[in-house]
Design a protein around this ligand. Structure first.
Ligand SMILES: C[S@@+](CC[C@H](N)C(=O)[O-])C[C@H]1O[C@@H](n2cnc3c(N)ncnc32)[C@H](O)[C@@H]1O
Length: 143
């Protein structure tokens, strides 16, 4: 497995990462009925815990150990729980029941990886019979 988390481990250890959810996610997902969701490259947790608080059954996928170690406490502090999964999302494939939602935020992509990320999201959401809700956006600068 190729794990791309080393640089991010250092970044998350050196400086606090924001915890408020992305405003676009709040706008798009705020009124959706809760279901089963994935935070792809979820980082230390700003969007995934927010969705969990809203009743979503959320897994957060990330390559960074530092991110994952911060994400669950953030969710617990907010009164919810998430499932942290350490993986390379470009290689990860879903097992079990399908998902209703996949979030991708602040992608900071390597060349070629946005298309791979969206293919992963499509796999995740298309595997079952649920409605498809994909939110994908990228920013050029870290918040
Ligand atoms: C800019 S941070 C964004 C975190 C989060 N999406 C947010 O908006 O706060 C990018 C994250 O992507 C993760 N990442 C980068 N490439 C990855 C990969 N191939 N598989 C899993 N995680 C990856 C990094 O570890 C990091 O946590």
């Amino acid at each position: 497995m190729t794990i791309a988390g080393g640089m991010w481990d250092r970044r998350f250890a050196e400086q606090p990462w924001p915890s408020e959810p992305n405003p676009l996610l709040v706008e798009l997902a705020g009124a959706l009925p809760a279901g089963r969701g994935l935070g792809l490259r979820g980082g230390p947790g700003r969007n995934t815990p927010w969705l969990a608080v809203k009743g979503w059954d959320m897994a957060l996928l990330d390559a960074s150990i530092s991110a994952l170690s911060q994400a669950q406490p953030r969710a617990e502090q907010a009164g919810a729980s998430i499932e942290p999964v350490r993986c390379d999302v470009l290689e990860w494939r879903p097992q079990g029941p399908s998902y209703d939602l996949a979030t991708v935020a602040n992608l900071h992509p390597a060349p070629g990886s946005p298309a791979q990320m969206l293919a992963t999201a499509a796999d995740v959401l298309g595997a079952g019979t649920s409605d498809i809700d994909v939110f994908a956006w990228a920013t050029k600068r870290a918040p």
